[in-house]
Design a protein around this ligand. Sequence first.
Ligand code: SF4
Length: 226
Amino acid sequence: MNEREEYLAYWKARKQENKPNYYLRGEEELERIRTEFTDRKPRILMHACCAVCAGWPVTYLRDFFDITLYYGNSNIWPESEYERRLNELKRLIHEAWDDTVELVIPPYDNPSFTEMLAPRKDDPEGWKRCFLCYEKRMDDAYAYASEHQFDYFTTVMTISRQKDSQKLNEIGAQLSEKYPGVRYFYSDFKKKDGQLRRNEIMAQYDLYNQNYCGCIFSLRNNEKAQ
Ligand code: SF4
């Protein structure tokens, strides 16, 4: 099977298979939290790619968790775009949540990240380059959660229709074995009107909504398509 056939077979199987409902798994975890954490809210580290994608997941989970956002996105190029998305996230934390949500900003290292992705630069979006990108960002964030004794880890990226939520949750499950002290919170934030709420929050705070995913390769593809 060549690469193109493998890609098509992957997506065909994804559409046909009986997919786990990660939204429901998250809801079940919230039920467990209600009975298990009676004297405090559990601490969760949420990897956040941008303000638009963080808005609804934070709003949805704030009653259950003490939330810290982790803006680890060295995939984003150029640096001015990385800063723009970061500043919008800071503004949302201030305007929507009165600065009650913590924000961790690890060092930005786009050259190393781009070098890691470069062998897959010609992949279509949603294929192996993106799987590498999801895994690297989630792994770095999960390691931070483990080092800082968080109870849970998750990523807001499952809210995006452009991202492979099944893959994101599979990566999260694998990483939970690597970092067994931190539970993975399964999610599909776009479900149950999550997408609608995302758009409402974006409009309410007039958030900048980027027109490409983030890496230099997605920017070039976007420019070619225009
Ligand atoms: S398209 Fe998006 S998810 Fe895929 S590699 Fe680029 S930045 Fe990462």
